[in-house]
Ligand binder design. Structure first.
Ligand code: UT7
Length: 323
């Protein structure tokens, strides 16, 4: 059977690092509060010349180099983002143009923090359906542009960045030993819309708007929703949590990551954590963390990797893959 195998991974971060201490001069907060409640110590913030498209392009180029491939080898680009360069065309098409690609097709996916898991699952369907052989799956965000910098309950939490994978069709035996994506599970429930949303848009206010979140409410639902969708993905793959080599969760809050790992019974030393370095980069957080884990020599070929994310909508999802 056809499997979608990871052939390359890459990431990109804006040059500017903003440490927690800087927020002490902007809003009524402290480094200590941010570290204790979230685990975040710093985040990268895009400069005027850095956009979702430029960061996505840089991550894509690194993933292609890691794969030993060029844009000519790619059939499809799926970009997960909630911070597109423009309302339209899709930022994926701009990345396609920046890469010098005039063949194939490209589109954006919008599932907020779960966007990368949605994009990965979609790319897998195109590959297994036979309509694409190699897909660039990118998560790229510039959430700093959506923040209300006077709202201490949200502005300290997010950062900018991008991560990308090259997926390639491979032959598998249809067993858990196959390399590639083994299972995925996606969920959404729009009744939670008001808990995490942006108060603007082309069809309503005609403005970009600002991110609004009832953090405590999101927190309350996060661990149970994550555990539920992870159990579904593990079940579909036919593996148990203790067989997982690396757990790469969405990086929103260290307390949510720790509680999820505990609930799932995954040992602390198998959890990839980057939230202290990047903050919450929404759809970029999982591919950024995958890229960091590979660079740190943690994730290696053949390892069983579990990814998950949960965010605005609510949307949530998980996937199991053998690297
Ligand atoms: O990626 C999408 C998913 N998003 C998330 O997963 C975010 C989920 N939520 C969270 O991570 C946490 O709820 C937060 C980090 C947002 C907040 O942590 P919390 O432990 O839930 O705190 P809280 O909202 O219950 O606020 C506790 C107190 C409040 O003061 P009072 O009402 O107790 O007097 C807040 O006003 O902390 C106050 N507070 C702050 N204090 C200093 C809120 N933000 C800040 C701040 N600095 N930046």
């Amino acid at each position: 059977m056809i499997r979608s195998v990871v052939r390359g991974v890459g990431s990109a971060l804006p040059a500017r690092i903003m440490k927690n201490a800087e927020f002490e001069t902007l809003v009524d907060t402290t480094d200590d509060w941010i570290v204790q409640r979230t685990g975040i110590r710093q985040r990268h913030i895009a400069g005027d010349d850095e956009t979702t498209a430029s960061l996505g392009e840089a991550a894509a180029r690194r993933a292609l180099a890691d794969a030993g491939l060029t844009p000519d080898d790619i059939d499809l680009i799926v970009l997960a983002t909630s911070t597109p360069n423009n309302t339209f065309p899709a930022t994926a098409v701009e990345i396609q143009q920046r890469l010098g690609m005039h063949h194939g097709f490209a589109f954006d996916m919008q599932a907020v923090c779960s966007g990368f898991v949605y994009a990965l699952t979609t790319a897998d369907l195109y590959i297994r359906g036979g309509s694409a052989r190699r897909v660039l799956v990118i998560g790229s965000e510039t959430f700093s542009r959506l923040l209300d910098w006077t709202d201490r309950t949200t502005c300290v939490l997010f950062g900018d960045g991008a991560g990308a994978l090259v997926l390639e069709a491979g032959e598998g035996a249809g067993t858990v030993s196959d390399r590639g994506i083994l299972s995925a599970s996606l969920r959404s429930d729009g009744s939670h819309r008001e808990k995490l949303y942006v108060d603007g848009g082309p069809s309503t206010t005609g403005t970009v708007g600002h991110l609004r979140m009832e953090g405590r409410e999101v927190f309350k639902h996060a661990v149970a929703m994550i555990a539920d969708v992870v159990e579904a993905a593990l079940g579909e793959a036919g593996v148990t949590a203790d067989e997982i080599d690396w757990f790469v969760p969405h990086q929103a809050n260290k307390r949510i990551i720790d509680a999820s790992a505990r609930k799932l019974g995954i040992a602390e030393d198998k959890v990839v954590t980057t939230v202290h370095l990047h903050g919450n980069t929404s759809a970029a957080s999982v591919p950024l963390a995958l890229s960091v884990a590979v660079d740190r020599g943690m994730i290696k070929r053949g390892d069983l990797v579990l990814v998950e994310a949960m965010g605005g909508g609510f949307t949530w999802g998980a996937a199991v893959l053998r690297w």
